[in-house]
Design a protein around this ligand. Structure first.
Ligand code: PLP
Length: 393
């Protein structure tokens, strides 16, 4: 009889968002007139920008004309026009890449999981806690040993390596989901040095880099000396440009990255050319439009809108004297809720009709904390903060 992958049994059921929906649904049914404000939304809410739409329309037209129709791309790691655009974008951070090092993908989630295929099951995986749950579940599915790097108020939810830490594969997410905390160059340098000493690899998730406003903070791990010898970077246009439903991202694998004499870029290309047939031409044209001057301006307007909401939340918590991270370089605000995360969820829902995400859903260290997101409207964010202030008073 066929045997199943037993590792799936070690996965916890993902109850977080289902539970939230159930509780909110029950409350709404009992209180039909209530205006519930959702600050738990993890998806973007603003539409694609005009430059992106124009590119999509133009590329779609090309697909209907024999001379400009495109089938399989000649290089399924991305068209040169998009690789050029990404390469030029990195130059703004002082990072020089070659087009070969940029692998266009249908988003960061799939690449973050797929890249682990290049590594043996026996590797230990170091994952920050709390964090985006995909890192943990992806490695549990493969049966790998997990070690958690504890985030807490003392380290401002930015754990640094300690000598005793095990970790052949090290995940870093900056700015972090859910905490919104972002590493400084010095913090990342410590991780790079640690990885190089141990012969480990860093999986750097830069999905929220476009939200960084502090000019001193790094957007890419490749701003750090030595990172080309120990890191790969996953990035996404999902939150940067509203591509959650359009699907495009890119993974950067330095040509200089080898382990035991094996070149990782070659291995990744071997994997991708076998199992992946590239991103749709029209979507790559839309992604190219994100990186034009006009496209960047339009994206920044949307990001600034979200960041404006985040700042309002952060300032409200400051006034209330509530410890929190995030909000300045991230669409997420992570607050100390002073009680069990789910108890706080219930209190907020029942007392002031505001919905957020219990921190415990992102890892054990998230217990006692709560995530608010900036993806609702300005008006609703302001109203939710007024309600929260009343509750605290
Ligand atoms: N990485 C982090 C930290 C995220 O929060 C998300 C989405 O929420 C992703 C990656 C997924 O990005 P994509 O939509 O490109 O798969």
């Amino acid at each position: 009889m066929v045997k199943l992958n037993e590792n799936y049994k070690s996965l916890k059921q993902s109850y977080l968002f289902a539970n939230i929906a159930k509780k909110v649904g029950a409350y709404a049914a009992e209180h039909p007139g209530a205006k519930i404000i959702r600050l738990g939304i993890g998806d973007v809410t603003q539409p694609l920008t005009p430059p992106v739409i124009q590119a999509l329309v133009k590329a779609s037209g090309e697909m209907g004309v024999k001379e400009t129709f495109r089938g399989y791309a000649p290089d399924d790691q991305g068209y040169p026009f998009l690789k050029d655009a990404v390469r030029n974008y990195y130059l703004k951070f002082g990072v020089t890449l070659s087009n070969d090092e940029i692998c266009v993908s249908d988003g960061a989630k799939s690449d973050i999981s797929n890249f682990t295929e290049l590594f043996d099951k026996e590797n230990a995986v170091l994952i920050p806690d709390p964090v985006y749950p995909v890192y943990l579940d992806g490695n549990l599915m493969a049966g790998r040993k997990i070690v958690l790097a504890e985030g807490n108020e003392k380290n401002s939810f930015l754990p640094l390596p300690d000598k005793s830490a095990e970790g052949d594969i090290i995940y870093i997410c900056s700015p972090n989901n859910p905490t919104g905390a972002a590493y400084t160059k010095d913090g990342l340098k410590q991780w790079v040095d640690f990885a190089r000493n141990k012969g480990s690899i860093i999986f750097y998730d830069a999905a929220y880099e476009a939200f960084i406003t502090d000019p001193a903070l790094p957007h890419s791990i490749f701003e750090i000396d030595g990172a080309r010898e120990c890191a790969v970077e996953f990035c996404s246009l999902s939150k940067t440009a509203g591509f959650t439903g359009t699907r495009c991202g890119y993974t950067v694998v330095p040509e200089t990255l080898s382990i035991g004499g094996e070149n990782l870029l070659k291995m990744w290309l071997r994997r991708q050319t076998t199992k992946f047939n590239g991103v749709a031409y029209v979507v790559q044209r839309a992604a190219e439009a994100v990186f034009t001057e006009e496209g960047q301006k339009a994206c920044k307007e949307v990001i600034n809108y979200y960041l404006g909401n985040a700042r309002i939340m952060s300032e409200t918590l400051d006034k209330l004297g509530v410890w929190h991270t995030g909000g300045l370089n991230s669409p997420y605000v992570w607050m100390d809720c002073g009680m069990d995360s789910w108890e706080f969820f219930d209190t907020l829902l029942n007392e002031v009709n505001v919905v957020g995400t219990p921190g415990s859903g992102f890892g054990r260290c998230g217990e006692g904390y709560f995530r608010l997101t900036a993806f609702n409207t300005r008006e609703n964010t302001i109203e939710a903060m007024e309600r929260l202030s009343k509750l605290y008073k």
